[in-house]
Design a protein around this ligand. Structure first.
Ligand code: SAM
Ligand code: SF4
Length: 306
């Protein structure tokens, strides 16, 4: 599989690019649309940018807003008629908390429009999970804690929710459909030392990938950078453990600007958004047996002495 996070994807759609500068109203439909169907959520993440008045995203947020069903079905028909290629559901709030999502998905399944979602994973079960697993392109579950206790602290949810979500991930993969199941791991001071542990749990449950990103705590990039600078060494050591543990290796790991022989994992460092010190790191996990002799403790020593 190629790099699924490439910013060059647009160039696969030459007809769309060619249509952009014209004045003759022949502009083509958007390739991709992101829909935030509801602002309500079943979790209360303490860092949620949409719930924090001091952050740009949270400023004008009305938690009670959601798209009425009739409007949502109209939007869905428009998307299909216009020839939009793909839809991602996001928030705002929690897309799977939207009561009409199943109706929307049934309609999309009968069309050529691809679909994907970000989710906290708590409601990723039953019919909705099956629809995504069998017909979706990808599902990305957001996480932060590394066990029940820490997860509950981060999210204000009942004890046991972390285990329940890991079970949802495992059950999702058992549907056996083509949909990729990834986890988006948001890192701050509290969990920087637990990235390896968390990624390992995801892998054990059958997850396909982990995207590791810094938590955004301020509107100004410089302040975010200053915060993340304090935990970068710890987080990087954790990421190195993920990368060097033998079960998970890397392909074009650009931190040192060289491809390491025999490595099959992909990690990409993209310079964008607010954090230049800690650029976003994407890891694509693959299910490989550890290399002979590559024990976790050896790996740790190796990464510390680099
Ligand atoms: C707002 S959520 C909406 C979808 C869904 N409720 C979820 O949590 O995946 C979209 C994404 O934003 C991320 N997010 C929210 N607040 C953030 C913050 N302060 N810094 C970094 N990522 C954040 C979440 O982890 C999630 O991956
Ligand atoms: S689950 Fe998503 S929308 Fe809900 S509080 Fe957490 S980050 Fe925000």
């Amino acid at each position: 599989m190629g790099n699924i996070y490439t910013s060059m994807k647009i160039f696969h759609y030459k007809d769309k690019v060619d249509s952009l500068p014209k004045d003759d109203e022949s502009i083509l439909a958007p390739l991709h649309i992101r829909i935030k169907p509801i602002n309500g959520c079943n979790h209360r993440c303490r860092y949620c940018a949409y719930r924090e008045d001091s952050l740009q995203l949270g400023k004008d947020m009305q938690v009670s807003d959601s798209i009425p069903k009739a409007k949502m079905m109209e939007i869905t028909e428009d998307i299909i008629d216009m020839g939009v290629k793909a839809v991602t559901f996001s928030g705002g709030g929690e897309p799977l908390f939207y009561p009409h999502l199943e109706d929307v998905l049934h309609r999309l399944v009968d069309s050529s429009v691809k679909f994907a979602t970000l989710t906290n994973g708590g409601l990723l079960k039953g019919k909705i999970a099956e629809l995504f697993a069998l017909h979706g392109s990808w599902v990305r579950v957001s996480m932060d804690g590394w066990d029940n206790e820490s997860y509950t602290r981060y999210r204000g949810v009942a004890d046991g929710e972390y285990d329940a979500i890991l079970e949802n991930i495992a059950a999702f993969k058992k549907f056996g459909g083509p949909c990729r199941l990834g986890v988006s791991y948001i890192v701050d001071k509290e969990n920087a030392n637990h990235v390896f542990e968390a990624a390992q749990r995801v892998k054990d449950m059958g997850g396909d990938s982990v995207k590791i990103s810094p938590c955004i705590l301020e509107n100004e990039g410089a302040k975010n950078n200053a915060y993340h600078k304090q935990i970068w060494d710890v987080a990087r050591e954790q990421i190195d453990r993920v990368l060097y543990c033998g079960a998970i290796t890397i392909g074009n790991y650009k931190r040192e600007n060289k491809k390491k022989k025999g490595q099959i994992f992909e990690i990409e460092r993209l310079k964008r958004n607010t954090s230049r010190i800690w650029c976003r790191l994407w890891l694509r996990l693959q299910h490989r047996q550890p290399e002979p002799g590559a024990s976790d403790s050896q790996i740790k020593i190796k990464s510390q002495t680099k």
